[in-house]
Design a protein around this ligand. Structure first.
Ligand code: MRU
Length: 358
């Protein structure tokens, strides 16, 4: 997708072979800065500190992290140590474990001297596959937006989204945004309502940024406004991403997603989840078993933003001794999900067909 009119991806190999570049997402939207990841520790830090975030991008960064570890030492021991370090960075998005499993299954049987180059090539292959999956999600989701557009008779289709399941959360296209970008390209009028997504505000800082760069009409709303807009008939459908989907179709995504799904059900609106098959975790029978990341309370008691000085600062918004709790994700039961849009088609979250993707 585009930043300042130039085609960008969220991660790309250094043409000089020094490592892999990322866009530092902790600096967006105020600055577009790139960071070169040269070794395993850089990749692990980038995931842990959320310079990269979003389930598919975490997975691809972990794959490159493994490749960076293999540049230094190609032994079995380094491979399993690297996987352990990367797996410990963030617990909820299953794409991380998925990518590490793909890397170790590929590299494991290979003679050690071949692993160095093969690891990097395979990480690049996973990155390219992510782009293709998301584009396919876009095509499948486009059909749903087209159907909504027919009912709107030329008026913009109004889509509510939560967090950032955009191209910045993947290598390119995004998951929830892929159908939006495809619909825009098809000339379907759209308007996206962007939940700010407290506490880290990925909606305000990332989704609003990327939709703005792509010139998709959008409006930023506070997290609590979605239900009100749905009730007033100002939303046609909700479209979100996922960090992990259990075998029974329960969807784990950014905290607050569940409330949007409840409101959508109450208002009789479709609630769609867009995710690649790599986000499905058939090892977990139901959503209650998904590990939910508990993040620092400081993210709740402080808020960060751009000061008049041009500096990004943190300001306290609660009394000094306030206790805060900060679960990063929640689980939306499958019964509230209208459909899961994958690269293989749109599936009923509770249907048999979803299980066939295992
Ligand atoms: O904490 P984050 O920013 O990594 O959370 C991201 C989300 O919850 C996204 O909605 C999800 O990963 C889907 S990304 C295509």
């Amino acid at each position: 997708m585009l930043i300042d009119g130039k085609k960008r991806t969220a991660i790309w190999p250094d043409p000089n072979g020094e490592g892999v570049f990322i866009i530092d997402q902790t600096r967006l939207p105020h600055a577009v800065e790139t960071v070169l990841l040269r070794e395993l520790a850089d990749a692990a830090r980038a995931i842990r500190d959320m310079q990269v975030r979003g389930a598919p991008l975490i997975g691809v960064t972990a794959a490159y992290g493994m490749a960076l570890a293999m540049r230094a030492d190609q032994s079995d021991e380094t491979m399993s140590k690297a996987a352990e370090i990367l797996r410990a960075t963030r617990p909820t998005a299953v794409n991380l474990a998925w990518a590490l499993a793909r890397m170790t299954t590929f590299l494991g049987p290979m003679p050690e001297p071949l692993r160095r180059d093969a690891a990097f090539a395979f990480a690049k292959h996973l990155a390219e596959k992510d782009v293709a999956c998301n584009e396919a999600i876009g095509e499948h989701g486009l059909a749903l937006i087209r159907a909504a557009a027919e009912k709107r008779r030329g008026q913009p289709v109004r889509i509510l989204t939560h967090c950032n399941a955009g191209w910045l959360a993947t290598v390119d296209w995004g998951t929830a945004t892929a159908p939006i970008y495809k619909a825009q390209a098809a000339g379907i009028p759209l308007h996206v309502f962007v939940d700010e997504t407290r506490p880290r505000n990925q909606g305000a800082s990332l989704t609003a940024f990327e939709l703005g760069q792509q010139k998709v009409p959008h409006t930023l709303i506070v997290d609590n406004a979605g239900g009100h807009l749905m009730q007033r008939g100002e939303i046609d459908l909700a479209l979100v991403g996922a960090d992990r989907i259990a075998a029974n179709g329960d969807v784990c995504n950014k905290i607050g997603t569940y409330l949007k799904a409840l409101a959508a059900r109450d208002c009789g609106l479709p609630f769609y989840v867009a995710a690649p098959v790599s986000t499905l975790d058939f090892a977990l029978a139901e959503g209650g078993l998904i590990p939910i990341e508990e993040r620092a309370p400081d993210e709740v008691t402080f808020i960060s933003g751009l000061a008049d000085s041009g500096e990004v600062i943190q300001v306290r918004i609660a009394p000094r001794d306030t206790q805060a709790r900060n679960p990063g994700f929640d689980v939306t039961p499958a019964r509230l999900v209208s459909g899961i849009i994958t690269e293989k088609g749109v599936f009923d979250a509770r249907g048999q067909a979803l299980a066939a993707l295992a």
